[in-house]
Write a protein that binds this ligand. Structure first.
Ligand code: AQP
Length: 347
């Protein structure tokens, strides 16, 4: 008897330079989950336009994110890689979910507060509604699990609240239409691994981010060995040597971040890294860190460059993935229309 695999969905925005945080917190996890799950990985281009984008750069960045998935080891044949705007059902379900989500819930979303900052009146309506589109991305595939970095935890909780409210509000219609007690599964956040929140190299209290104006704050997946070496050497540290215990990393955010990055890339516990470097100055540790970052990211960056030089291939992967994603999304949308009470053509 064949057992259906549980489904995983996740997305990455094509908003600029993909960095080590995106890789360790999300993309490397995507790769690891392929054995056990049916995986759908999306370049969320409709999320990207919630803030202004240059159209030519956006096209290039969509292909870059797809290339990063493939170069990191996601298999586009056995799983699905596609870009969101090619599957209209995401936007269609987002509208229904906009009518389920409550204003009070949306007003609590910290990412909107951070991104809109003081200029809220001038923020796009899309930026405010971003979390309901994200809920639709996940729920349109009725996904069971979502690998994300720590920063997306609140949006995942909102997705679960929206799914739950839809299931409650439409309970009798869900049953009448033959779907039993619940229609949407409540997706589990998979915030796993030892680097779920990689911090900026310039400030250990801020997350590493594509939109940080300083390129020295992040290591980009396409940085060459020289750029990586320069950025790691310039990374902010404190004057103390590397400590002996993990407890001593408390209140040393920059040291904690660099040790965490090393540990994840070396696939070792932080204790083992500290045992190796305790008592050394940061200059010694940083040289070893450069070596491991270059060894890990170098091949991925080179493969990304090779792939983006062939946009026809990337586009064919995205079209093929979109065609397969749409089949699943259409089934959900048809069911949602029946549950909500919309009239639709039946084939
Ligand atoms: N610093 C990070 N550490 C660990 N995981 C991270 N992620 C992002 N930054 C870190 C995870 O990467 C996935 C894709 O993120 P995204 O591009 O969709 O959006 P984001 O979280 O807003 O990423 P950025 O890099 O900070 O972009 P900007 O600057 O545009 O906002 C997600 O799973 C995220 O958790």
């Amino acid at each position: 008897m064949s057992v259906l695999k549980e489904r995983v969905f996740s997305g990455v925005q094509p908003t600029g330079n993909l960095h080590l945080g995106n890789y360790l917190g999300a993309i490397s996890r995507f790769v690891a989950l392929q054995e056990r799950f049916e995986c759908i990985y999306c370049v969320v281009d409709m999320h990207a336009i919630t803030v202004p984008q240059d159209p030519e750069a956006l096209t290039r960045q969509i292909r870059e994110v797809a290339a990063a998935f493939i170069a990191s080891g996601v298999d586009p044949k056995n799983h699905i890689i596609f870009n969101q705007s090619q599957v209209a059902e995401h936007a269609e379900l987002a509208w229904v979910l906009n009518c389920v989500a409550r204003m009070g819930w949306m007003n609590r979303m910290t990412q909107f507060k951070e991104k809109a900052s003081k200029d809220r009146e001038n923020a796009s309506l899309g930026l405010y509604a971003y979390p309901t589109l994200m809920a639709a991305d996940i729920l349109v595939y009725r996904a069971n699990a979502v690998p994300v970095g720590e920063d997306q935890k609140q949006h995942l909780e909102l997705t679960r609240d929206i799914a739950q409210k839809f299931n409650n509000d439409f309970a009798s219609s869900i049953a009448r239409n033959g779907f039993g007690d619940t229609f949407f599964p409540l997706p589990e956040p998979l915030i796993q691994g030892t680097s779920t929140r990689v911090m900026s190299l310039r400030d250990g209290t801020k997350k590493m981010s594509k939109s940080d104006p300083s390129d020295y704050s992040r290591i980009n997946l396409t940085d060459d060995a020289d750029a990586i070496a320069q950025k790691v050497r310039k990374a902010k540290t404190d004057p103390e040597p590397i400590p002996e215990t993990v407890e001593e990393l408390a209140n040393r955010p920059e040291a904690e971040n660099l040790v965490g990055i090393f540990a994840t890339l070396a696939d070792k516990p932080r204790e083992a890294v500290l045992a190796e470097f305790a008592g050394n100055q940061f200059s010694v540790f940083k040289s070893a860190l450069v070596d491991i970052v270059v060894a890990k990211l170098g091949p991925i960056g080179a493969e990304m460059q090779r792939l983006v030089a062939d946009p026809a291939y990337i586009d064919s992967v995205l079209v093929d993935g979109s065609d397969r994603a749409r089949v699943i999304a259409r089934q959900t949308m048809d069911a949602v229309k029946d549950i909500v009470g919309f009239v639709r053509a039946r084939t």
